[in-house]
Ligand binder design. Structure first.
Ligand code: SAM
Length: 352
């Protein structure tokens, strides 16, 4: 068994936050917070939680180590006070965490957008409660429309039809338009790109093709497995011409393209071939309450000890502000085959 150990640094005394808008060392603002509510998942996607590593012997976090809903809601409120405008619940698979709608209801009291990324397997049952609790939008991951390919990629023998049903239920409950995440791995599902575009054209939903990334240390990433977004756009455009669209807001992860014939839009997320570190406004709060300022980080900043050690909101606010103000990371700009082999935190732990 290979054990995947997250690395978390201790905290240093932080100067008092003086208010105003926070900028890091590269003048990037703090805009989005992704919250991982569990490190567990019922899928074993080959590029994320390969079964050889995340097997029956893998030690997931014990319940006592993970932040409670009350602790998450308190931290989220402090982040919002520092300028965060969007919260995304993720994991692991967020919908395996019991009663997630309760957390959504607590977060819905904050004046920010609340979204969720899910593999869709448990969404049809929970969509109504999540919407009622205040969830605004949902992103559903679906890597292929070919059942055999999809079952092989999720390595949990989960069928395409159930994910499509979940997307339709979510949309009917008012969580539309749904974003659909497709990670493209060369030789595995890239033959499905045009079919995927065709399936969602004209539905109002937005498929986003994601370059396969070297997250964590367990997926055996190789540059040769990456299909550059430019190739994705070219292949789809050859069938239905596409034109670029302006971002919805500064720092948006996906680059938007729309069909010239008016059948909607797609997105591409090109962390490998067109690094967007310069405009990255995201932070991640791990399942056990560590703060990470980069998806490819090797260590995080422990907030749980502050929360459980009786620190005041002001003290926690100062610590978070100090972490952001010191932030200098730009991993995707300096990525090489060699950096891809460095020991990084797993995506299921840090939150995708
Ligand atoms: N379980 C949920 C899901 O499947 O959407 C949320 C967590 S998952 C880690 C979040 C997103 O990260 C998914 O869309 C997944 O496909 C994507 N992802 C995971 N590993 C990736 C990798 N190596 N490269 C690119 N995207 C990846």
């Amino acid at each position: 068994m290979k054990k995947v150990i997250p690395i978390v640094s201790g905290h240093t005394p932080a100067p008092a936050f003086a208010g105003g808008s926070l900028a890091d060392t590269r003048a990037r603002a703090m805009h989005d917070l992704r919250i991982s509510v569990t490190d567990r998942c019922n899928f074993r996607c080959v590029y994320c939680m390969p079964r050889e590593v995340f097997d029956a012997n893998h030690q997931f976090l014990p319940h006592s180590a993970i932040l409670s809903f009350e602790e998450i809601a308190r931290l989220a409120r402090i982040f919002v006070g520092l300028g965060v405008q969007k919260l995304r619940l993720t994991g692991g698979e967020p919908l395996v965490r019991r009663d997630l709608h309760r957390l959504v209801a607590m977060l819905a009291e904050l004046p920010v957008e609340i979204t969720l990324t899910t593999n869709g397997s448990l969404l049809a049952k929970q969509a109504k409660a999540l919407k009622a609790a205040g969830l605004q939008r949902v992103t559903v991951s679906l890597d292929s429309l070919d059942d055999a390919t999809f079952r092989a990629m999720n390595d949990a023998d989960f069928p395409v039809a159930k994910v499509i049903e979940a997307i339709e239920v979510a949309a009917a409950e008012g969580l539309a338009p749904v974003k659909i995440n497709t990670v493209v791995k060369r030789g595995v599902n890239d033959q499905d790109i045009v079919r995927m575009a065709e399936r969602w054209r004209g539905t109002g939903h937005i498929v986003r093709f994601i370059e396969y990334m070297d997250v964590g240390s367990s997926n055996g990433w190789r540059m040769d497995d990456v299909v550059p977004s430019a190739e994705v756009v070219k292949r789809i455009s050859a069938r239905w011409p596409l034109e670029p669209v302006d971002a919805n807001y500064a720092g948006e992860v996906a680059e938007r393209w729309r069909y010239v014939d008016g059948a909607g839009e797609i997105g591409v997320i090109s962390s490998v071939t067109q690094a967007f570190c310069a405009t990255c406004t995201r932070m991640r709060l791990s399942t056990e309450g560590s703060l990470f300022t980069c998806l490819f980080a090797q260590s995080g900043h422990d907030l749980k000890s502050l929360v459980r050690g009786g620190a005041s909101d002001d003290a926690i606010r100062n610590e978070i502000a100090a972490v952001w103000q010191r932030r200098a990371d730009r991993y995707s700009e300096i990525r090489t085959e060699a950096t891809s082999r460095e020991r990084k935190v797993e995506m299921s732990y840090i939150g995708g």
